[in-house]
Design a protein around this ligand. Sequence first.
Ligand code: ADP
Ligand code: SF4
Length: 704
Amino acid sequence: MEDMVSWGEKRERPARYDVLFEPVKIGPVTARNRFYQVPHCNGMGYRDPTALAHMRGVKAEGGWAVVCTEQVEFHHTSEITPFIELRLWDDRDIPALARMADKIHEHGSLAGIELAYNGMNGPNLYSREVPMGPAHLPVATFTYDPVQARRMDGEDIRNIRKWHLAAVKRARRAGFDLIYVYAAHALGFLHHFLSRRYNQRTDEYGGPIENRVRLLREITEETKEAVGDTCAVPVRISVDELLGEGGLYKEEVEDMIGLMADLPDLWDVTLAGWENDSRTSRFAEEGAQEPFIAGVRRLTSRPVVGVGRYTSVDRMVSLVNKGIMDMIGAARPSIADPFLPRKIEEGRFDDIRECIGCNICVSGDFTMSPIRCTQNPTMAEEWRKGWHPEKIRRKASDKPVLVVGAGPAGLEAAQALGKRGYDVTLAEAGTELGGRVLKEARLPGLSAWVRVVDYRRMQLQQLPNVETYFDSRLTADDILSFGIPRVAIATGATWRADGVGHLHTMPISMAEGARIFSPSDVMEGKGPEGGRVVVFDDDHYYMGGVMAEVMAERGCETVYVTPASEASTWTRNTMEQHFIQKRLLEKGVTIRPFTALDAVDEGEAIVSCVFTGRRERLAADAVLLVTARLPNEALFLALKERREEWADAGIESVSVIGDAQAPATIAHATYAGRRYAEELDTKPLPEGALPFRREITELLPLDQ
Ligand code: ADP
Ligand code: SF4
């Protein structure tokens, strides 16, 4: 066993928070407190089962009384490839799920499983079975697959009930304590049957709400009967689709809940679709779901759980005291801080790593890669790398470390190294901690991002072995004169203003007198304050859209030009694209998709169609280029150049981390900082070894 350090001092918590630590009876099982990790995807699923089991185990260790799986596809006639979820198609899937349930039980929590049949929400690209739903309709996927679902008949409905039951029995054998009936988020057949949008049937499963709710009721009854008093059966439903009366709406769903009232052991209430339920902080405040959930508690005597990106403890207490929810549901807050409940219980409020609501975690699902988190760089690395959000290997030497730059990479490195026990000097050129995060958090809609800095500042304050120096723009001479043996350069990056980005790999032509700006200029308060502005977005994440918003707010006549088909196209992966485009249009920004900026003349932007190359001149008093960044690597390169002086100066290693190495997301920066801290003084890996563990699919004998 490695020598690990953990931190944080137990303190008194206000008595008013005690209510959060009351046990809650959920049918035949009892949760030890009110903290409930609702099902959430993570891009690992059936491909990385052990990594996933450990990730869920850490949540249980952190005090979540209930820890759930993501969607678990329960029959091969419905799968959601290319997205990676869990599977329970036959007995061979049980061991992977049992490993997860065991990990959750190890820490005294209840394990929940969300059985899912996507129906017309899955194109069945892997199984090649014909998808089924309440009606003949094109599959409702994010990817517009050219596949239709067929209408289920009575026999199909009987089959699906049988399959669900078989999965329930397998889930029990795998050791789960809560077995979900999932009817939410427009992501499965039960939701589709509830909603008139999809269900126009004229049989006993269509028409009035009694009929549309019939299948949900039947399946819930059968599930309850099958598990008896061994497991709880929660039902997950969406209270509103935010489509007015064209979709499921609150009053209608409340009637449906009323019809089933005490049949489930717990109601897990959400909004649909998923993009409405997991909105980013740019588009929804903490607790945005509250008005929708508020009415459910009076319809049932069963416990109610819901989400709202809750990290404010007083807010959680008030939800319970007002009788809105019995359990505090969380996906993202439990990702950013798997130890949130334990920290509240132990009065360690300064140690809470609050979710910033950026949805980088969601992007793991959309990009089919293991979940990443901006705030918690250990997420999904619990088994792969042996990282832990609240423990770290003790230092393996007494050699101090110099960290240059207090952006997310430098801050994370400094605090993690400090926790390992190293003496750390953190030198920052400016007068505040935070680097790019601090600047970006001042942009419209991004204020919650400052939590990346807040958490790390609080941690540094508790570490007497980390000294921070401001107004310290270090040079290579300074660093050589200090003679601190290990140096991490985290000096960040600067937005370039030459047009180089995804499209142009060489600078574009610009007239002498043209007024050209970059996001770095705008964040320093410079840039246009009016007139006609062309914003060229060849970065495609959030910054281009945000810059257009800033320009519109400054009263500029703003034209947003992008070679992509839509504004901020990568934000499809954070489920924000739709909201961003809507906001830009509402702010009067003109969006010019499929358009490249080729050159800038005085007073004009020369653009062209990305397909035909047809050119056009747009009047532009200024052009704001959001294309790419250049690493601030001069300091690192200068030190590298003087390598032969290191030994005399007492320097052993100089590393470059985060944006100063290669600009990317803030999540990449916190990961880079953590990685530097985790790997310092570890034994070098043998040549060619992977720096993480991976699991490989077991090969069947060839003749099987
Ligand atoms: P990252 O995302 O990689 O952490 P940031 O750009 O957010 O990068 O942060 C870089 C930080 O480094 C900024 O706060 C900047 O002021 C600081 N910095 C840049 N150059 C120096 C230097 N030579 N000495 C000290 N601090 C520096
Ligand atoms: Fe929250 Fe962002 Fe982490 Fe997701 S990635 S849990 S939204 S901080």
